[in-house]
Design a protein around this ligand. Structure first.
Ligand SMILES: O=c1ccn([C@@H]2O[C@H](COP(=O)(O)OP(=O)(O)O[C@H]3O[C@H](CO)[C@@H](O)[C@H](O)[C@H]3O)[C@@H](O)[C@H]2O)c(=O)[nH]1
Ligand SMILES: [Mn+2]
Length: 744
């Protein structure tokens, strides 16, 4: 462990001030407050328009306040791995977790690459164990991992010998090697041939041409994805405990039965935690999604700088690394690369109680996952065996490992014989094991939200722990960003659903601040996330409907007199300022515009659908389901520029209904205005629809350009007819209701 006499800290945290940002953010807040003041002054009794506009604007002002406080005190962390290397006598063990759930949506070759990048980490191999959870119960994934472990015996030494940076062969071989010695060139070609061979075998498997359930694959015969016993296989065991060998590699497919809830990823993570606890019981864990490859092989050292630092040891529960993406499209056409968001928001939250847990690229302390709070952690209170059994389940070998973890005792890595544990591991991977225990409640990953990551991190923060956000150069992990269209929408809808679930559950951040140890500003940061992805959509839809209502009915809700200067100033300053942020970061105007546009499209559609999903859950009509994001292999470079790559795609999913309807509403409003079909004068306040309303409506139509084009395109670029029909019906109902209010 770290030598505490060494006076130099292993990491430092600097808070910095963005003075100009603070000024502009505050100025925008003042403008919003002025707009509210204007509303109050121009109060109209009994005016529905006034009431809706005032409510929405109050909410928008509150949201801006959330943004402002979250970004107010940004911080960065600097780690010193060299100091760590000097001060540590013996490195702690780290358990590595990978989750995969579906061999079709998540092709095994992607999981294999992630696993290879983990096996090749710059860290003593006998201290590492890699556990892969496969919720797809797929012999393809299992066999791919077996083949990968054979390949790894050559790949890992090659990476370490030549200090390769990106240790996922898929990415490494997508670039030509820089010219080097003949020896290197020869080895490079050999490795490339071996990798091509490996991926060919995996492809062949997937095509179903070479499948027979013999040998270790026999375990998969007669299994169904949602109905099978647990399957745990040791793919590779570093039996001699070699420091420069290969880390252990263990395959886990937990038991599933049709009637038993399995809690999606959270359930999988809890099985990983238990099985690894039983076998290696490392005090630290790293978990990644199956597409998040390591991009910086020294990442463990960076994380340990924080976790082993004397101060970090007492206060920091987890270390979160950013989610960056590979093979990204030029100018971020779908607004999903989150470059600016990551830059300002992540740094802002890092300056508070610490980053939210993002579900991947995160190092946890095992004892924190077992429910320890900072105060217990210091006192080292020992809990009675019975109490542990009640909380963690009845298997006594596992309970012993929990007691060890809680009291800071570690296994000696040389004594572990993994194969001896397989039977016991099967027992704790069974779906009945958690019954009556605290798993998913007080222990491990929390159940009850589709964004189990945010919920789990939140409960840790509520205990009073901090977390740290660690950025390294080169960046630590890179993953897959879904394109525009159905995949991204489904993902965002899941996030929105999960976040709203959190808002209404007993761990809601507000309760965390009132009754637990969540700091106030951290609570506001959580509220920002929940609002930005979830709640905001309702208010935005109301505001947009107001716009159309006014155009159709020839009335107005934006100020008509000098008051109009307030919204105009708001919009102009906001747009110019965000643009300058993009330009200052070296991004293009187009990237800025794409993000502006997509921020009007994705959250509204996804958020509204999330509300409906939750309503159906509340009415017990349907349950919420974790729909896995489809991962595609990055395009090979020689394919050439695919011109359609940045084009928005659609499918039959209802998630496109809100967007299509919003567009049709705006178009209808415009037609009514152009054809002069508006009633002569509003009966509400005696004035007509102004330029402001028209301007914003046109702006929305421009934002929804991908949808407008989708009305006339063909193939996957076309909005399916059933969606259009439904939107037309909704639009007609809306227009009819608008008209009725005039008559009435
Ligand atoms: O029943 C399930 C469903 C998913 N997964 C795994 O969970 C991970 C994340 O799923 P993905 O479809 O990639 O979701 P994303 O929206 O891309 O993931 C983000 O959001 C999730 C919460 O919604 C977090 O769990 C993830 O860590 C975070 O990267 C993947 O490795 C899946 O294999 C399972 O193991 N079992
Ligand atoms: Mn993902």
């Amino acid at each position: 462990m770290a030598n505490q006499q060494n006076s130099l800290p292993l990491y430092e945290k600097h808070w910095y001030k963005h003075n100009h940002k603070r000024v502009i953010d505050s100025f925008l807040l003042i403008l919003l407050l002025l707009l509210l003041a204007y509303r109050v002054i121009s109060f109209e009794n009994n005016s529905f328009l006034w009431f809706v506009a005032f409510s929405c604007e109050t909410w928008f002002t509150f949201c801006w306040f959330l943004t402002l406080t979250t970004q107010w005190t940004p911080a960065v962390v600097k780690t010193y791995p060299d100091r760590l290397l000097q001060s540590v006598q013996e490195f702690p063990a780290v358990d590595l977790f990978v989750t995969t759930a579906d061999p079709v949506l998540e092709p095994p070759i992607i999981t294999v690459n992630t696993v290879l990048s983990l096996l090749a980490l710059d860290y003593p191999a006998h201290k590492l164990a890699c556990y892969v959870s496969d919720d797809g119960c797929s012999p393809l994934t299992f066999h791919a991992l077996q083949e990968a472990s054979k390949f790894a015996k050559f790949w890992v030494p090659f990476c370490k010998k030549y200090e390769v940076q990106v240790r996922a062969p898929l990415r490494y071989f997508s670039d030509k090697p820089e010219f080097s010695t003949p020896e290197f060139n020869q080895e490079w070609s050999q490795m490339k041939d071996m990798y091509d061979n490996l991926s060919h075998k995996i492809e062949l498997d997937a095509s179903g041409k070479s499948n027979s359930y013999v040998g270790e694959l026999a375990a998969f015969s007669n299994t169904e994805r949602t109905n099978h016993p647990s399957i745990i296989q040791v793919i590779w065991e570093n039996k001699e405990g070699l420091e420069d060998g290969l880390p252990h590699l263990i395959y886990i497919s937990r038991e599933k039965r049709p009637q038993q809830p399995h809690h999606f990823k959270a359930g999988a993570m809890n099985v990983l935690t238990r099985v690894s606890g039983l076998i290696t019981n490392a005090p630290y864990t790293l978990n990644v999604d199956c597409d998040m490859i390591v991009n910086n092989p020294k990442v463990i050292l960076h994380a340990l700088c924080i976790l082993l630092d004397p101060k970090g040891e007492k206060e920091v529960a987890f270390v979160q690394f950013p989610q960056n993406f590979y093979s990204t499209l030029k100018d971020d056409p779908f607004g999903n690369q989150m470059a600016i968001l990551l830059k300002y928001m992540a740094a802002g939250i890092a300056g508070l109680q610490g980053p939210l847990y993002g579900g991947t690229n995160c190092f946890h302390r095992r004892k924190v996952l077992y429910g320890l709070s900072p105060s217990n952690s210091e006192k080292r209170t020992s809990t009675s065996g019975n109490e542990l059994k009640q909380k963690f389940g009845a298997l006594k070998e596992f309970v012993k490992s929990v007691a060890n973890a809680l009291e800071g005792r570690t296994n000696s890595t040389n004594d572990i014989k993994i194969s001896n544990y397989v039977d016991l591991a099967n027992q704790i991977a069974a779906c009945g094991y958690e019954y009556g225990t605290e798993w998913g409640k007080q222990v491990g990953w929390k159940y009850g939200s589709l964004t189990e990551d945010v919920l789990t991190g939140l409960t840790i923060h509520e205990k009073g722990w901090r977390s740290e956000y660690c950025t390294t150069s080169p960046i630590s992990f890179t993953g897959f960003a879904p394109g525009g269209g159905p995949t991204a929408m489904i993902q965002q809808k899941r996030w929105a659903t999960g976040l709203i679930e959190i808002f209404f559950c007993k761990h809601s951040p507000i309760i965390g601040t009132l009754f637990h140890k969540l700091t106030l500003r951290q609570c506001l940061a959580y509220m920002w996330i929940i609002n930005n992805w979830g709640l905001h959509s309702i208010f935005e839809v109301c505001y947009v409907s107001l716009l159309t209502y006014c155009i159709i009915n020839n009335s107005n809700f934006l100020p008509q007199d000098q008051g109009i200067c307030i919204p105009v100033a708001l919009v102009v300053i906001y747009k110019v300022y965000t643009l300058s942020e993009y330009l200052a970061d070296g991004l293009s105007i187009r990237a800025w515009w794409n993000n502006q546009r997509m921020s009007r499209i994705t959250p509204i559609n996804a958020g509204l659908c999330a509300f409906v999903t939750l309503l159906l859950k509340l009415l017990r009509i349907s349950e919420t389901v974790f729909e896995v994001t489809k991962k595609e292999l990055p395009p090979t470079k020689d394919v050439g520029d695919d011109r359609d790559e940045g084009k928005y795609t659609f499918d039959e999913s209802l998630v496109f209904l809100p967007g299509t309807t919003i567009l049709l509403l705006q178009l209808t409003g415009m037609i009514i205005k152009l054809l002069g079909l508006q009633p002569p004068m509003s009966c509400q306040n005696g004035s007509q629809c102004g330029l402001g309303e028209i301007f914003f409506s046109v702006y929305l139509i421009i934002c929804y350009w991908p949808f407008l084009r989708g009305l006339f395109e063909t193939g996957k670029y076309r909005i399916p007819l059933p969606t259009i029909y439904k939107s037309v019906i909704l639009t007609c109902i809306f227009v009819h209701l608008c008209r009725k209010t005039i008559v009435g």
